[in-house]
Design a protein around this ligand. Structure first.
Ligand code: ATP
Ligand code: MG
Length: 425
């Protein structure tokens, strides 16, 4: 019987995996430049962490989690996002007590959501995200936004749109909530069932609805920005001033929300035109109530998450090819049994000295071996026959110039390295 991959998952095959590796290297490099340290948390956690940390009224918790009882009868959930785990770990390992603050962390790894799959929406997908915990200054909000934007710009992605908003805090939100509920009540009968049920429980989530009817009905709803308090207004103003200072273009979208109480102040999304029906490639925001909710420590935080799948989709949509090298430096062609023995040793030695080398494993003749060298994009071919063995040399052929030289092992290594280095300059 032939097995099929589960719905909503994907293999990343050789040929595409190099794109992923390139992106991952870019992420690592950028996080070093911005001074974010990597954290690795488990793929599964206690279900309650996500119920608390993501929120009972969210799509994720209401319908998207992979939850099961383990053999010890604990309720376990495959992580649907990264922030809750990072905050759990931050509190559990008492990072708030470390002298250097804020704590700046990043993660990259698989997340699981039971979604209806489409391009850019998977059941297993890979998120990269950052969390900066312990600072409330808008300059760190600006920094996380800048980092997210830079991932896309350094990969050459165009037509980015950054939208920002402030969702206020415990002081300004109740006033907005009241005005919002009274607006929504006016159109209550027209609201789709799902959003009507959210009206009282979590009216902000109604603004976040994907339903076109709801989107139309909420277009004229009172904006949170009219209700910002004396902390949130200057915070939002300063964030914009910092973004201006950094030369980052943004649009204020008063309808951009994160629907839960522990999300505060800054919310942002990055969109790329034309990547299927989705558009949004990255989302983030401030969560000054979350650390308290999860771990009883009153610490402000901000972060974002983006998926590599949607990043790759954006690259494909915009026909961007990354500068990826797949070739090897040298292919060793061995003719005859004795030469094969020598080839095994040379392959080993040259790899140890840093050269990308491969050889024939099928006992083939000269011609098919040369073909392999060609297919693998080998810059050099080292040919070993009886004659060369006797003279303790190899015939090194430069495949770009066609030039052939008889060299001893040491000379061959040097020649290959010099030429490859030149190419990589
Ligand atoms: P959407 O509105 O597209 O469902 P979301 O609000 O669920 O997104 P977040 O939970 O904020 O998204 O996740 C942040 C980012 O993670 C998204 O912007 C997207 O890049 C990525 N992402 C979320 N869900 C998926 C998925 N199912 N498949 C691939 N990427 C995803
Ligand atoms: Mg979603």
């Amino acid at each position: 019987m032939a097995f099929k991959i589960p719905r909503g998952t994907a293999d990343v095959l050789p040929g595409e995996v190099e794109i992923w590796q390139y992106i991952e290297e870019k992420i690592n490099d950028l996080c070093r430049r911005y001074n974010y340290a990597e954290i690795r948390t488990p793929i599964f956690e206690h279900t309650e962490l996500f119920q608390r940390g993501v929120g009972e009224t969210t799509d994720i918790v209401e319908k998207e989690m992979y939850t099961f009882q383990d053999k010890g009868d604990r309720s376990i959930t495959l992580r649907p996002e990264g922030t809750a785990s990072v905050v759990r770990s931050y509190v559990e390992s008492k990072m708030y007590g470390q002298p250097q603050q804020p704590t700046k962390l990043f993660y990259i790894g698989p997340m699981f959501r039971y979604e209806r799959p489409q391009a850019g929406r998977m059941r297993q997908f890979t998120q990269f995200g950052v969390e900066a915990i312990g600072a409330n200054d808008p300059s760190i909000d600006a920094e996380t936004i800048a980092l997210a934007m830079q991932i896309y710009t350094e990969l050459g992605i165009k037509d980015l749109r950054l939208e920002i908003n402030s969702v206020g805090c415990q002081t300004c939100r109740p006033r907005h909530r009241e005005a919002l509920i009274s607006h929504l009540k006016g159109v209550q009968d027209q609201l789709p069932e799902e959003d009507r049920s959210r009206l009282e429980r979590n009216p902000l989530r109604v603004l976040d609805s994907k339903h076109p009817v709801t989107q139309e009905l909420t277009a004229g709803a009172p904006s949170i920005l009219e209700f910002l308090c004396d902390d949130c207004q200057p915070h939002f103003d300063q964030l914009q001033a910092y973004l201006d200072q950094m030369g980052i273009t943004y649009h204020v979208n008063a309808n951009l929300v994160r629907g839960l109480d522990y999300y505060t102040q800054t919310a942002f999304e990055i969109m790329v035109d034309g990547i299927g029906a989705i558009g949004t490639v990255c989302g983030g925001g401030r969560y000054n109530g979350l650390v308290e909710e999860i771990g009883n420590q009153d610490m402000p935080g901000i972060g974002f998450a983006l998926s590599i799948e949607r990043l790759v989709l954006a690259l494909q949509t915009q026909n961007i090819s990354l500068p990826i090298k797949r070739h090897i430096d040298c292919y060793i062609v061995a003719l005859g049994e004795n030469a094969k023995k020598k080839a095994v040793q040379l392959t080993q030695d040259w790899r140890a000295s840093g050269i990308r080398v491969d050889q024939d494993y099928l006992g083939r003749k000269m011609k098919p071996q040369m073909k392999s060298a060609d297919r693998l994009g080998a810059r050099f071919v080292a040919i070993l026959g009886e004659q060369e063995l006797e003279n303790n040399v190899v015939v090194l052929k430069d495949m770009t110039t066609g030039e052939q030289m008889e060299l001893n092992e040491k000379e061959a290594i040097e020649k290959i390295k010099t030429e490859v280095d030149k190419e990589e300059q």
